[in-house]
Ligand binder design. Structure first.
Ligand SMILES: [Zn+2]
Ligand SMILES: [Zn+2]
Length: 375
């Protein structure tokens, strides 16, 4: 989701505002976005922006302190007052027939085409972002791309290709061979995406990319790859998890649920469950109870194996861990099985002290607390 937010600051800021919490570790950036949202979408005056932002910081910065954090807050407020600053959104990235044909017709493996396509989109996103932010400046178009592990990971994720592809050793290495390579290796991670020179923005616009996290699916959809269909809500391509999936991950809630009725084996209540849930035999509430029960049983089983569960008068008690040690040292005689009065949170206090050591009883470590359990 973060990549899409990067190019849709309005949605990004709205998310921070509605969740009332930071979405990433980029605190100064997110504070600035929040102030711009206050100003341009909630129409708050400077004084109110300051108050609201301070409130947000108190809620979200652990150990918030006015004296140490005022710089961060003030900087965000200053930026949020500047006329030059505003929340930007890239509506879509157009892809032209000529450039799509060019990449599609290359004699390389299909996943590599998807990677080139993702590089193309990434470069165009960078350019578009610059142009929106700097209306008066001209963007110096280059084909240079500064690589790096994280950046290549992002490109693979954008391209919807296997994360196992090794960009440096396989992809770039192969595409940088020959006289007119698609990519040239320059130095220290810098590459030149030569193929972009052939991507001419002419002809019809055949694709408008709006989901920048799944650029590869647009390429797949154009090429009629199986399982890639358009979401019925947002009309963007996505990979079907099931043959009948009609909505992308973001709009999964629109998928009509086909349900069936089961009778809970524990409480007998009739409940609606997903028709595909073959193993459902309990209602939600009883599943939770059952899980707790299983977890508790398991816990007591382990304690029992450690001989920390004792029976007195037909009742079960969970003994404190040092119980065994005291028995081994002979401080406690197991045969003397008395469980006297209630003590604090514990149901009983075990005073099972060997008379030989009775003087030590004042020392708490010679006292074992026991808790009544039911299992
Ligand atoms: Zn959708
Ligand atoms: Zn039930």
């Amino acid at each position: 989701m973060i990549r899409n937010y990067k190019y849709d600051e309005i949605a990004y800021a709205e998310k921070i505002y509605k969740d009332n919490k930071f979405q990433t570790k980029h605190i100064p950036t997110e504070l600035k976005l929040l102030v711009l949202y206050y100003r341009d979408y909630l129409h708050l005056k400077a004084k109110d922006r300051k108050e609201k932002l301070t409130r947000f910081c108190i809620d979200n910065i652990p150990n918030y302190n006015r004296a140490t954090h005022f710089k961060v807050v003030n900087r965000a407020l200053q930026k949020g007052s500047s006329k030059k600053e505003k929340l930007v959104k890239i509506e879509s990235i157009p892809i032209y027939q000529k450039e799509l044909d060019y990449i599609n017709n290359l004699d390389i493996q299909y996943d590599y085409k998807k990677l080139l396509f993702a590089f193309l989109v990434q470069m165009r996103l960078n350019k578009t972002m610059f142009e929106i932010r700097n209306k008066d400046k001209k963007y110096k178009s280059t084909n240079y791309f500064k690589g790096g592990k994280q950046k290549y990971q992002n490109i693979k994720s954008m391209a919807n290709v296997s994360s196992k592809i090794n960009i440096n050793d396989e992809f770039i290495n192969q595409l940088s061979q020959g006289d007119n390579p698609l990519i040239s290796i320059l130095h220290s991670g810098l590459i030149s995406l030569n193929f972009l020179n052939e991507c001419k923005q002419t002809g019809d616009i055949v694709i408008k990319i709006k989901d920048y996290e799944n650029v590869g699916w647009y390429f797949d959809y154009y090429n009629h790859v199986d399982d890639i269909v358009l979401c019925e809500y947002c009309k963007q391509p996505f990979k079907q998890k099931r043959k009948d999936s009609r909505f992308c991950n973001k709009h999964i809630e629109y998928q009509p649920l086909i349900s069936k009725t089961i009778t809970c084996i524990d409480c007998g209540k009739e409940v609606e469950v997903d028709a595909k849930a073959n193993n459902r035999i309990r209602c939600d509430e009883c599943i939770r109870k059952n899980n707790n029960l299983l977890r508790r049983k398991n816990y007591y089983k382990i304690k029992s194996e450690l001989e920390l569960i004792e029976e007195f008068d037909g009742k079960s008690y969970l003994m404190q861990p040092h119980y065994r040690e005291l028995i081994d040292k002979g401080y406690i005689l197991k045969e003397i099985d008395t469980m006297p009065e209630k003590f604090g949170n514990y149901d009983c206090r075990a005073i099972l002290i060997n008379p030989k050591y009775e003087n030590n009883i004042k020392h708490m470590s010679y006292v074992v607390f026991a808790k009544r359990i039911y299992w």
